[in-house]
Write a protein that binds this ligand. Structure first.
Ligand code: SF4
Length: 376
């Protein structure tokens, strides 16, 4: 019943779940951890949603979710699905008929919240529809929308502290209640997410759940906040879960452009050596030895690297004390001096140029190296 755990020397273990597929994208079963995001556009506006999906795909997003709050949004789905380079998951709350419309529109997945479609008959109707279309269902339970606690007659309602202490179990129970309905209908193309803003709660709930089901886990910290704080909160929560081997797909939730969510997700995966997409930039924190405007240089290099998909490592270092050493470890790098700097490629100094020309010289070196690699 439970997923297996794969031990990997020198790397985090990995829980091997039962694989499911959103279109061509496999989630679980040891497949690479999938990065997903959610459109912030109005789903009724199919062209705007299509443009946002294209931007997300360009940034490396692999599955996209769209909100389907009403019939007008459901009516836009056929056009959105037709034009999308990514599998589209319809996010449904409250009204199960919207899930049925989404299935007819050809979506590749459904996200349901058991907290707000409580009638088992309606859930069954959706599950039968998903099975007929070969579409997986993500059971998404959030701490903010748990079903109310039932208090037996004659008993006092639980205190706030008691409610808080039982939250991980209640999150798991809400998901398992839904899982039982799906399994009762012999439906197993299931993904589960248990999310909260509270990082320890999210971790505790996912640990409990992972020991009880074989299904893939979608992990994230919900409503994590604006990009700065939300990135840190997500990195801590998602990072700990991934380091424990839990998580087959990730969604970073930030208040802002969803493209930023994709960048953050890859940075988390990169930090744990779980996936690499595009360049990794190493840059020193600067200190009293720095004699170039390193912050400006690092920002410029980061901006220039955005269009590159090759998994190269680039070092941007402030001085020659640690600079050349670190830069030599990287595929490419620069190390500042007094108003000038050295450009490195695979451990060799290939140029020394004035500070104003450093970024240009580094990028020229990178472009040359990548072009040569592609020719081979
Ligand atoms: Fe300071 Fe040089 Fe280290 Fe940067 S690389 S922090 S400038 S010693």
């Amino acid at each position: 019943m439970h997923a297996n755990v794969m031990e990997r020397p020198g790397q985090p273990p990995r829980r091997i779940s039962r694989p499911v597929r959103f279109g061509e994208v496999t989630i679980g079963g040891g497949a690479p951890i999938v990065v997903q995001s959610m459109c912030s556009s109005d789903t009724r506006d199919a062209p705007a949603t299509g443009a946002q999906i294209a931007a997300l795909a360009e940034a490396g997003c692999e599955v996209v979710r769209v909100a389907v709050p009403n019939r007008e949004a459901a009516a836009a789905l056929p056009e959105i699905v037709r034009g999308s380079p990514l599998p589209v998951v319809a996010d449904i709350h409250f009204d199960h008929r919207l899930a049925l419309l989404a299935l007819q529109a050809g979506v590749h997945g459904l996200r349901l919240n058991p907290g707000n479609i409580r009638d088992p008959t309606k859930v069954r109707e959706v599950v039968r529809g998903a099975a007929a279309h070969g579409v997986p269902i993500r059971i998404g339970v959030n701490a903010g929308s748990l079903p109310p606690v039932e208090v037996p007659e004659g008993r006092l309602p639980p205190t706030v502290e008691e409610l808080r202490a039982t939250l991980p179990e209640r999150l798991v129970e809400a998901a398992l209640g839904h899982v039982r309905i799906l399994e009762g209908l012999d439906f197993h193309d299931t993904i589960i997410s248990l999310k909260a803003f509270d990082v320890p709660l999210t971790i505790a709930a996912n640990r409990l759940l992972a020991a009880q089901v074989p299904y893939p886990l979608h992990v994230g910290i919900t409503e994590a906040g604006l990009p700065w704080a939300g990135t840190i909160r997500s990195a801590v929560g998602i990072g700990i879960l991934l380091f424990e081997g839990l998580g087959d797909t990730v969604r970073v939730s930030l208040t802002g452009d969803p493209v930023e969510e994709v960048r953050v997700a890859y940075e988390i995966l990169r930090a744990l050596d779980l996936r690499r997409r595009g360049p990794t930039m190493i840059s020193c924190p600067t200190c009293g030895r720095t004699e170039v405007d390193l912050v400006r240089l690092a920002r410029q290099v980061e901006e220039h690297l955005r269009g590159i998909e090759d998994p190269i490592t680039v070092a941007v270092m402030g001085c020659v004390v640690n600079g050349p050493g670190e830069a030599r470890e990287a595929d490419y790098g620069i190390a500042g001096g007094k108003g000038k700097g050295a450009v490195f490629r695979h451990g060799e100094v290939v140029a020394t140029v004035p500070e104003e020309e450093l970024v240009e010289a580094l990028m020229a070196e990178i472009e040359r190296g990548l072009a040569f690699k592609r020719l081979r």
